[in-house]
Ligand binder design. Structure first.
Ligand code: NAP
Ligand code: GDD
Length: 384
């Protein structure tokens, strides 16, 4: 009998990688999907199509929402999962300042609804639960690097909602002897990272600017530092946590931290554009210091004639500043390495390269399909 996993947040970055990972391990996978007025399954469409071709479907989904307990109870009862991965969340830190109550409901109480459903249905000895906790819990960091013992100090409605999710998971583990774990995951990215998180915003801009569809990239705080890993490595850690003999919480991180400004440099360098930064705060600018024409041509298929030395490509717009910021994250994943045998396989350099190349291909494809340029900079979704 294959194991059954239920993944909330199946349409998100991590949900799509985890579904792929578990299907390859022979699991039957059920995903909770929100109803949306436009398609929201692009990350899992290929997986779904492949699964349907094989004759014995193992990938299923149902409509649901973390704010709807009745629906959660109904489907957990029907599916009787061996493992639940609670990945669904309003996951954008800046947006959580605009939607604090909803964020608390979905990210905080949503976790409780999953745990309660398992308890009410008498599945506490059968169903193991993974809770998507986050390095945002550390917020105003109390220790460097951050470990499982570092005290929390969240700095956003998102972080505070996730703090509730973290502790209610610990509480249900202790109160009801449930197998429930927190993965305290540091930032992880990929070519299918949400378009408004900073890494993907940058790699999309590299593609659009180098192919001539965007003039300038506006960003917020360039000084913030993040410990960025690859989502593919991080979903493996989720799985490993649920295969242990006893439930525990784990930090998942690379142990290397990089400023946003340096990520920008690395991403533009990938297409042969060298940047210099001048000025401070909202007056800081990134300008072209050099162009490696051969690299540019090999990566984009174009000559860089629309770009000039001294041209401004990066500007700072205070719109993107957050009311309270998390300035530095760097994790120590020694416990995960020792107990789970987990080790990240991707370097930051490899990931940046993969993301830039994927976005260059995507922009070329979109441009070809639309047969005309588009100014991605003016899209509503960019206002984050
Ligand atoms: P993501 O790409 O934003 O995906 C979030 C998923 O949750 C999407 O499938 C989204 O559906 C769904 N969702 C949002 N609100 C929902 C609701 N009320 N009910 C049901 N589904 C809902 O996030 P991710 O990067 O994959 O992250 C996965 C989880 O890990 C999240 O809980 C996030 O907070 C946490 N986390 C992420 C990171 C990271 O760096 N990526 C680090 C630490 C923790 P739509 O597709 O319809 O929007
Ligand atoms: N999004 C965004 N857009 N961030 C910017 C921008 C911009 O234009 N300019 C600078 N930043 C800075 C933010 O201020 C923040 O310090 C940093 O870039 C990273 O921002 P995000 O990529 O939006 O991610 P995050 O660190 O706030 O949150 C992500 O990681 C958390 C784990 O630490 C999300 O995936 C969360 O869901 C996750 O819990």
């Amino acid at each position: 009998m294959s194991k059954i996993a239920l993944i909330t947040g199946i349409t998100g970055q991590d949900g799509s990688y985890l579904a792929d990972y578990l299907l390859q391990k022979g699991y039957t996978v059920w995903g909770m999907k929100r109803r949306s007025s436009s398609f929201n399954t692009s990350r899992i469409d290929a997986l779904f199509a492949n699964d349907r071709q094989e004759g014995n479907p193992k990938f299923h989904y149902f409509y649901g929402d973390l704010t709807d307990a009745s629906n959660i109870i109904k489907y957990i009862q029907e599916i009787q999962p061996d493992e639940i991965y609670n990945l669904a969340a309003m996951s954008h830190v800046k947006v959580s300042f605009d939607t604090p109550e909803y964020t608390g409901n979905a990210d905080g109480l949503g976790t409780l609804r999953i745990l309660e459903a398992v308890r009410i249905l008498g599945l506490t000895q059968k169903t193991r639960i993974y809770q998507a906790s986050t390095s945002e819990l550390y917020g105003l960091v109390q220790e460097v690097p951050q470990t499982e013992q570092t005290p929390f100090y969240p700095r956003s409605p998102y972080g505070v909602a996730k703090l509730y999710g973290y502790w209610i998971t610990v509480n249900y583990r202790e109160a009801y002897n449930m197998f429930a774990c927190n993965g305290i995951l540091f930032n992880h990215e990929s070519p299918v990272r949400g378009e408004t998180f900073v890494t993907r915003k940058i790699t999309r801009a590299v593609a659009n600017i180098s192919l001539g569809f965007q003039g300038v990239l506006s960003l917020g705080n360039l000084d913030a530092k993040r410990d960025w890993g690859h989502a593919k490595d991080y979903v493996e850690a989720m799985y490993l946590m649920l295969q242990q003999d006893k439930p525990e919480d784990f930090v998942i991180a690379t142990g290397r931290t990089t400023a946003i400004r340096d990520f920008v440099r690395m991403a533009f360098h990938e297409v042969g554009i060298m940047l210099d930064f001048t000025g401070k705060g909202a007056d800081e600018k990134g300008i072209i210091a050099g162009i490696d024409r051969d690299l540019f041509e090999s990566q984009t298929g174009l000559e860089p004639d629309h770009l000039n030395i001294g041209q401004e490509l990066i500007q700072v717009d205070p719109f993107y500043f957050r009311p309270t910021e998390v300035n530095l994250l760097i994790g120590d994943a020694t416990k995960a390495k020792t107990k789970l045998g987990w080790q990240p396989q991707h370097t930051l350099e490899e990931m940046v390269s993969e993301m830039v190349q994927s976005d260059v291909e995507l922009v070329k494809r979109n441009h070809h399909l639309k047969n005309g340029g588009f100014l991605i900079h003016n899209k509503v979704e960019d206002l984050m």
